[in-house]
Design a binder for this molecule. Structure first.
Ligand code: PA5
Ligand code: NI
Length: 186
């Protein structure tokens, strides 16, 4: 029986994925209008400044029932006024689908919000592991001075519902208050 090399390798310190086709998105300041609270501070940022990017492995077509996707998100350090750089955030389009997150490098927060708009957050540090419940919006925030990287594994039929967040946002924001990350009502 044949023993083969692994399909791909994830560097557990950095989150970099190699050895197979990796696809991702880049989100720059120009892609994130309306996401951050302080529009004056936002307008001062260079439009092409990178805020975060992903590097993902999609072994089956999007929407396939029973498959999984794998990927790393890298969030740059930075703030918009008092608000840390963060992802757009989403519910899953199939809202009952769960997701696993696990931190590689840096420090951050996982901000979660249920359908009743109750918001809470978990600290993310190297090795921390987070199981996002069904029907729960999720957004990640870089609260440190270095690149914050974390892995994700999610069902290939989960999809992303960005519109609900674009319309109503999260009910809390992660802000630097006296140098410390705080979750503050929006
Ligand atoms: O599947 C996930 O939840 C992650 O891979 C996110 O898509 C990634 O962190 C980027 O965040 P967002 O999709 O909210 O822009
Ligand atoms: Ni997700």
């Amino acid at each position: 029986m044949e023993i083969s090399a692994p399909q791909f390798v994830t560097d557990w310190k950095t989150g970099v994925v190699t050895g197979t086709e990796v696809q991702g998105v880049e989100r720059r300041v120009s892609d994130l209008g309306g996401v951050f609270a302080d529009e004056g501070a936002f307008s001062q940022l260079r439009p092409d400044r990178l805020v975060y990017r992903t590097a993902c492995v999609f072994p089956v077509p999007e929407g396939t029932e029973g498959g999984v996707f794998w990927g790393t998100t890298f969030i740059e350090p930075g703030t918009v006024g008092a608000e840390y750089f963060m992802t757009k955030g989403h519910f899953h389009a199939k809202a009952d689908r769960m997701e696993a997150y696990f931190t590689f490098g840096g420090t951050g927060l996982l901000v979660l919000m249920d359908t009743a708009r109750n918001c809470w957050a978990e600290e993310m540090t190297p090795g921390s592991t987070h199981l996002i419940p069904p029907y729960t919006a999720h957004r990640t925030v870089n609260t440190g001075d270095d690149v914050f990287s974390f892995g994700a594994c999610w069902p290939s039929d989960a999809g992303h519902d960005y519109d609900s967040i674009a319309e109503s946002g999260f009910s809390a924001r992660a802000l630097r208050v006296d140098g410390i990350p705080r979750l503050v009502p929006a």
